[in-house]
Design a protein around this ligand. Structure first.
Ligand code: HEM
Length: 521
């Protein structure tokens, strides 16, 4: 018999039972925040929802209050359901709540180089500093020409092939990030398969795999019946590592041969005091990998753009008001520029409302505490996983952070007007960025870039297209909206033809007739 199994059944399993029994007995004497009652040893293991967990969490908060506590196999989990609770914990006490969950899965699938998943400490700080210096609100202005070029390419693709709009939105976002980092065209060099989408989708669901709660399961060999995760993990590890290393190594090789173009990676490598400083090279490689890695970075912006398309389908009046503003400010002889932003309050409000209405990251990225703490008389033990729930249960009276009726009346409605007062952006309304991009020391460093990307694409698309529904099935209950939609080319403004390539205008009416026929089928 395999020695791992002997070790598991003779030592690990009985040992774990004793420890858990002791832990569950002593935990009953402690004053944790309220939450669903668990079972001996396993605690709330059976309560942890695998799909759409934010909905279950929200339901619990109705019963137990804004701060809900779970205990799963000795691990404390706290769910924060209001902006105040989230800010109390994650902003005001950021020094204690900036750690990440010590995951067993992350190193297994080879994602421990990702800044967002690193434990708080000097290594994380080095990575964070590297990324931050390239994404401050001042620095990102130099990326505007790339963002603008990508936004216009997107218009062209949307016109050519509107059915596959999501594909092109994805290309635009990844293309923009990749062009900034490597100054070359990501799509041509690396194709779309470089990012393991399936892996990413599964790895980031808290509680999806039992191994997260029973770390000793990582010792079970891949051939063992039921150890499917081990097999998947090995495959994903290779994929994640290749995704990070391949483009960076190519850029480094280009630098050596003198073929390199100015880019973020080149600037990183220029900073090296010694070209042999492999530790620093690894930090740069990891940071570049995180930025163009696709998920959850460009993927998040992609999802926010999907929320935009969904909103435009569901709220044609909003679309019309934004288009009127664009026509009045930008006029009909050019496309929107970044310099128009100040004069487009309503379009800016649409961008904000997209972030708030369907938070793309309903549970954010969980934080973890580094020391015992007390909140309103309750104990929050060291190592507690802290989750900020931004979502709400559709059509009930409850609220979570970005759907709190006190901050955003009629929270389930897409209503950009909520951010407008006297024709200007109303700074008194809580900016959804305060929650959608996370909290405290771990707040998203890409938030300014993302916001700028959203603005220029939303303004450009609304200026030249009408977005209307294609099929009836729109599932507004999901955060990852995948709305089928169509572009009404009737509103295409004539200036686009000049800016998006030749032949564009001449195919326009023919395209429109063909599409109209396909809508009517
Ligand atoms: C709509 C788009 C985006 C949204 C909604 C979003 C949201 C978030 C959230 C919620 C977090 C976790 C913050 C926390 O732990 O409290 C995060 C972390 C992060 N984001 Fe973004 N993000 C977006 C786009 C981007 C982009 C384009 C970049 C590229 C630079 C980026 C880089 C990062 C990094 C590196 C982290 C990890 C920070 C850390 O743990 O220290 N994000 N983001």
């Amino acid at each position: 018999m395999n020695t791992y199994l002997v070790f598991f059944f003779v030592v690990v399993f009985p040992g774990s039972v004793v420890v858990l029994l002791w832990a569950s007995k002593s935990s009953r004497n402690r004053r944790y925040p309220p939450g669903p009652r668990g079972w001996p040893i396993i605690g709330n293991l059976l309560d942890v929802p695998v799909s759409y967990p934010w909905l279950t969490y929200r339901g619990w908060s109705l019963k137990y209050g804004p701060v809900v506590h779970l205990r799963v196999l000795g691990q404390s989990i706290v769910i924060l359901n209001t902006a105040k609770a989230a800010s109390d914990f994650l902003d005001a006490r950021s020094a204690n709540y900036s750690d990440r969950v010590r995951s067993v899965i992350i190193p297994l699938v080879g994602l421990d180089w990702s800044t967002g998943l690193m434990p708080y400490g000097p290594t994380w700080r080095k990575h964070r500093r590297t990324i931050h210096q390239y994404f401050t609100s001042d620095v990102i202005r130099q990326y505007q020409p790339v963002q603008l070029r990508k936004a216009r390419q997107l218009l062209h693709h949307l016109h050519q092939d509107p059915e596959n709009f999501l594909r092109y939105v994805h290309f635009m976002l990844k293309g923009a990030l990749f062009a900034i980092i490597h100054q070359c065209d990501w799509g041509h060099r690396y194709g779309d398969n470089i990012w393991p989408h399936q892996a990413a989708a599964e790895v980031f669901i808290p509680g999806k795999y039992l191994i997260e709660f029973l770390p000793f399961l990582r010792h079970i060999p891949a051939w063992f019946p039921g150890a499917e995760f081990q097999r998947k993990a090995a495959k994903w590890k290779t994929q994640f590592t290749t995704m990070k290393d391949a483009p960076f190594n190519a850029a480094r090789a280009a630098l050596r041969t003198g073929d390199a173009k100015p880019s973020m990676v080149m600037r990183m490598l220029d900073q090296l005091t010694s070209p042999e400083d492999e530790i620093q090279v690894e930090v740069f490689k990891n940071s570049a990998g995180v930025i163009y890695g696709g998920y959850p970075l460009s993927k998040q912006t992609n999802l926010a753009m999907q929320a935009f398309f969904a909103a435009m389908v569901l709220y044609p009046d909003v679309q019309k008001i934004a288009q009127e503003e664009l026509t009045a400010v930008v006029g009909s002889d050019r496309l929107p520029e970044f310099s128009d932003r100040e004069s487009l309050p309503y379009v800016n409000a649409v961008v904000k409302e997209c972030t708030r209405w369907m938070p793309v990251n309903p549970l954010g990225v969980p934080h973890a505490s580094m020391a015992d703490d007390e909140y309103n008389g309750y104990l929050i033990p060291k190592g507690t996983i802290v989750i900020a729930n931004q979502w709400r249960v559709i059509f009930d009276e409850s609220m979570a952070i970005l759907h709190d009726g006190d901050d955003y009346p009629d929270p389930e409605l897409f209503k950009p007007e909520r951010f407008i007062k006297d024709g200007k952006l109303n700074r008194e309304i809580k900016d959804p960025h305060t929650a959608a991009f996370g909290f405290g020391r771990r707040i998203c460093p890409g938030r300014h870039f993302s916001d700028a990307t959203m603005f220029i694409n939303i303004a450009s698309i609304l200026h030249v297209f009408d977005i209307s529904q294609w099929f009836d099935e729109i599932d507004t209950s999901l955060s990852m909206v995948c709305v089928q939609w169509a572009i009404n080319l009737e509103q295409l403004l004539k200036e686009v033809s000049g800016q998006c390539g030749s032949g564009f205008k001449s195919t326009f009416w023919e395209d429109w007739r063909r599409r109209r026929r396909s809508f009517q089928k």
